[in-house]
Design a protein around this ligand. Structure first.
Ligand code: PRP
Ligand code: MN
Ligand code: MG
Length: 181
């Protein structure tokens, strides 16, 4: 197992860039949900990094729960087939839910997830995502908080994987074509 540096084509977003964007998003969330109940729902596994870094920036008291859904398997293309691998522990009735995601690519995962969670009787369902690829969108998803709009390239790091690798990189990088072609 060699160093990952040779697998990366470039660094797209540094740890500092991700962090300062999260500072702003956290301040907005604190303001928007002041005096309200808030349940953060992290989407495993990709959202682990953004959930941890966002939640610790909030002054608002929140609860955190997790759902595991997968639409990618080990490839680079979304299949559009969303499977629940682990459901929430929480009852959503009357709750303000904020889904926390690492990336919106085609939008298929989140558009499915939002309607699934809305059917459970919450007071509100909103989305916070670190990354979004506007040029890859297959369905429109209404997102309240976005870290960065990025080009339609295959990116890894900060929770994002290729075949389960690279999630632990503290930055977002583009994967060199030789890795997946
Ligand atoms: C990735 C990513 C998002 C989703 C975005 O998850 O973390 O959840 O795909 O793609 P979409 O907008 O095209 O639906 P993945 O299914 O790879 O599972 P993972 O989080 O466990 O890596
Ligand atoms: Mn994911
Ligand atoms: Mg994945």
């Amino acid at each position: 197992q060699s160093d990952v540096a040779g697998d990366l084509a470039s660094i797209l977003l540094t740890e500092e860039q991700l962090g300062s964007q999260l500072d702003e998003i956290a301040a907005q969330i604190d303001a928007d949900y002041a005096g309200k109940d808030l349940l953060l729902v992290g989407v495993l596994k990709g959202a682990v990094m953004v959930m941890a870094d966002l939640a610790r920036r909030l002054h608002h008291p929140v609860q955190m729960d997790w759902m595991a859904v997968s639409s990618y398997g080990s490839g680079t293309k979304s299949s559009g087939v969303v499977r629940i691998l682990k459901d929430l522990d929480s009852d959503l009735t009357g709750r303000n839910v904020l889904i926390v995601e690492d990336i919106i690519d085609s939008g298929l995962t989140l558009s499915w997830l939002v309607s699934n969670l809305r059917s459970r009787g919450p007071a509100s369902v909103e989305i916070a995502t670190m990354l979004r690829k506007p040029d890859a969108a297959k369905v429109d998803v209404d997102v309240k908080y976005v870290g960065f709009d990025i080009p339609n390239e295959f990116v890894v790091g900060y929770g994002l994987d290729y075949a389960e690798k690279y999630r632990n990189l503290p930055f977002v990088g583009t994967l060199a074509p030789h890795v997946y072609s």
